[in-house]
Design a protein around this ligand. Sequence first.
Ligand code: SF4
Length: 339
Amino acid sequence: MQIASHQFFFEKEALNYPAGKKAYDLIKKEGRRIEFLPSHNRVTGIPGSVPQEAFFHGKNTIVIGIRRTLDFAGCKPSAHFQLPLVTGCPGMCEYCYLNTQLGKKPYMRLYVNVDEILARAAAYVEARRPEITIFEASATSDPVPGERYTGALARTVEFFADQEHGRLRFVTKFPAIDSLLELDHRRHTRIRFSLNTAKVVDKYEHRTPPLNTRLQALARILKHGFPGGVIIAPVIMNEGWEEEYNELLELIKNYLTGYPDITFEIISHRFTARARSNIMAVFPDTTLPMDESVNRRFKYGQFGYGKYVYTEDKLKSMKRFFEDKISSLMPDAKIEYII
Ligand code: SF4
């Protein structure tokens, strides 16, 4: 299958914003072709008539535009609200939750009206004062790969530095965080890295950086005083899982020792029937464990559709395992949740 290298589409109004201008200049400088979209909601011109082709071309497409909806969705359990700076991600993780959310051509959309988005965030913070309000910038994306074009995350980190009652957090698998390191963040932004066993990374997380690269990036942000964290998701409980996750935690420990403000979030593998059929269409040879008759139970989700999660017994042993290991290896780290 022939897949074009990145395609870039712009909404015309994007050029009225500094972040849009920055992206345009950079893409031009790199000698890439830019097309302008006739209207906001119609991204036409991404090739691909069969699911695999559509998926891969979508993943190679970046749309630069304006965020029109400024009502932020909730974001349990990691934050109060989603902060929409980006949707989509160029990574191709087989299990990715975005695979059912972004349609057949899952392009990445970078929003350039950053100040309008942040003004809205400030209003949400104001409404909840004196409570602290936490915003998650990676609920519908990995926001790091697009950062070089817009600088939206850097602007957002600086904005939250000034928010007495607002905090930012995001999670990434990508190491391109160096533009954030020297910012005056005042420890109001928590950057977490999504990690998994070498086997899971290798088998399922296509087009993402290797484990050591992510750990080195995590070490860099910690060294620059950012609160940090680790998300291990999805935990896949195949044969030998305890040994493999133990190895991962031992490795993580080497990078985290000496830093006091570290959080862990652990999420077991789950899938919906719809996700499974989308995954099978794009990755027909997938080995993700998606047989609902093996170690699974059906659970109704908060949005009305059901998902297959591990059985109670399996989940209990997973919780025990991570609680024991994390508390013995990294006693200062805080486990936020294990689900
Ligand atoms: S890196 Fe994260 S957002 Fe990107 S494809 Fe993988 S799981 Fe999805």
